[in-house]
Design a protein around this ligand. Sequence first.
Ligand code: CMP
Length: 216
Amino acid sequence: LKKVSLFDNLNDEQLEHILRIANRRTITAGSILFHEKEMGLTFYVVLAGSIKLFTKSNTGEEKVLSLVNSGESFGELSLLDGRPRSASAQTLETTTVLELSSEQFMALMQTHFDITRGILAELCRRLRQTNEHVNDLTFLDGRTRVLKNLITLANKNGKRDGNLISIHMALNYDELAQMAGVTKPVLSEVIRELEQRGVLQFGINEYKLNLLKLRG
Ligand code: CMP
């Protein structure tokens, strides 16, 4: 729980209180936690694993909005504004979450201003990220968006070893394309080009980015 940034300023006793009241659950890969447009009753903190948040168009096409990794949280919007879930949530791998009911979430916000400020800061971060994504969709071409998305994921989830960054990521090609806002053929073409230049190496649930070759 100490790795959860939202709970950064809580002491051990307060953290133990949260662990006592919250429900801890481990979920297998590919499970849906909730669907877009459902009523929201739960706030989630990811303790291990990863979740994708996505929406669907009227024709059933998916758009990945964001990935949530361990130490991050989601599901606060419908608890705060009482409206239906704004996105669906699905586990990308075996994932352990801490679930707080709406009442527990509200009580924590009321008693700990640091948690309230953390939630607000997270909402600000998402708005900034969404603005940046709108700018990217408006001003950048598909290839640049794919590159930028890979570099953003590397900065967020990557472990650096010299010029190589290893990025753990349980996303398939479709999901990567949806994140960057490109079609699958565009994504495949950029990835093929990067692999040929030795910039990128794909493995199972992992990819490696060579910074030296990327600059060249
Ligand atoms: P809620 O609407 O309750 O359920 C879906 C959750 O996805 C939402 O709360 C937020 O926690 C999260 N979410 C929605 N939109 C975005 C976004 N653009 N970026 C990151 N997270 C989001």
